[in-house]
Design a protein around this ligand. Structure first.
Ligand SMILES: Cc1cc2nc3c(=O)[nH]c(=O)nc-3n(C[C@H](O)[C@H](O)[C@H](O)COP(=O)(O)OP(=O)(O)OC[C@H]3O[C@@H](n4cnc5c(N)ncnc54)[C@H](O)[C@@H]3O)c2cc1C
Length: 292
């Protein structure tokens, strides 16, 4: 396909996606764009829609498994500085979808605003977190959202309320839309107390992560009222391997990929684990990881 001339400087072809995702696995995107501003995102989506070209939005790549065949469409990267603005107005904080979630958390805490500090240390962008209703400490990001600005497939901009965004356990009803920015409704709190809480949460989070394993993912949604780690330990799945992919021994909620790991190995391991959990406990573990 050919994009309008004004967009051509943004488009790259056959861009490898492996280096852009945490698992380090995956083939190329047929077309890849890093928009310079939100208008570019809109124009790119309109052009792809008119050409009936499939579109995917890439955030921080911490919840993605990309197949070696890559993606035969347009990938729009939303992790650049142009889509990462942040503004605070009273207790409302509006953040570009491409901003790192940890940056938004630190800015909120620094301004004495509570409500998202429990999400500290979750990798990725604000857009990725809102799309998948990321959660930690038993609270999800959706509960702090006031509104979400999105682009429809046609490129039309809409502002959705928290209710319209349809947040539920590790899900939203925003699938298929491009999130441009998110407004959070936060609460005024004491900065010193918030900072102390943030530090405590940060230390706890780092302690529960596999050391020296940069290529990893959290493949499963935490089942209701139960820790995935405990469940996987109980069914004997901690440390289980498939080729160069394994579940961590101490914290089996983490899937770790070593050099030579493939998407097929990841999918096989995930399938084996789900099967064993279902067989032994009757629990149908849901997939958190998005597969392209
Ligand atoms: C070490 C580690 C720890 C983790 N801990 C947690 C945790 O505690 N809690 C938790 O919930 N998750 C956790 N995760 C999973 C992951 O970090 C979150 O799901 C995160 O919110 C994904 O954000 P991202 O920007 O990396 O999204 P990506 O991986 O880039 O994308 C994920 C999905 O969101 C879509 N998306 C991204 N940005 C946009 C946008 N602007 N508009 C529309 N769609 C978009 C993508 O198309 C894709 O479908 C962890 C992952 C790792 C590797």
């Amino acid at each position: 396909m050919s994009f309008p001339d004004e967009l051509m400087h943004l488009i790259r072809t056959d861009e490898p996606l492996g280096p852009l995702v945490w698992l380090g696995i995956g083939g190329p995107a047929r077309y890849f764009a890093e928009p310079v501003d939100q208008e570019d995102v809109q124009k790119l989506i309109q052009a792809a829609n008119e050409a009936e070209l499939p579109v995917r939005i890439l955030g921080g790549g911490s919840n993605l498994l990309v197949r070696e065949s890559g993606f035969d469409g347009l990938v729009i990267s939303m992790s650049g500085p142009a889509t990462s603005g942040l503004e605070i107005d009273g207790t409302l904080m509006t953040v570009g979808a491409g901003a790192k979630l940890s940056h938004a958390v630190i800015k909120a805490v620094g301004a004495g605003l509570g409500g998202i500090e429990h999400l500290v240390g979750i990798p990725g962008t604000v857009g990725g977190a809102v799309m998948g209703n990321a959660s930690s400490d038993g609270r999800d990001i959706g509960s702090a959202v006031e509104s979400v600005t999105v682009l429809e497939r046609s490129g039309e901009k809409r502002v959705l309320t928290q209710q319209e965004a349809g947040f539920s356990h590790r899900k939203s009803s925003l699938v298929g839309l491009a999130i441009l920015s998110v407004t959070f409704q936060l609460e005024s709190r004491d900065v010193a107390a918030l900072t102390k809480r943030l530090q405590k949460l940060w230390i706890g989070r780092n302690a529960s992560r596999p050391n020296e394993e940069p290529r990893m993912a959290v493949p499963f949604v935490e089942p209701d009222q139960m820790s995935v780690n405990d469940l996987l330990q109980q069914v004997g799945m901690a440390g289980v391997c498939e080729g160069e992919v394994s579940l961590d021994t101490q914290n089996p909620q983490f899937l770790v990929a070593r050099s030579g790991a493939t998407s097929e190995q990841c999918m096989k391991l995930i399938g084996r684990v789900r099967e064993q959990v279902l067989l032994q406990t009757g629990i149908d573990l849901q997939l958190n990881l998005q597969v392209w």
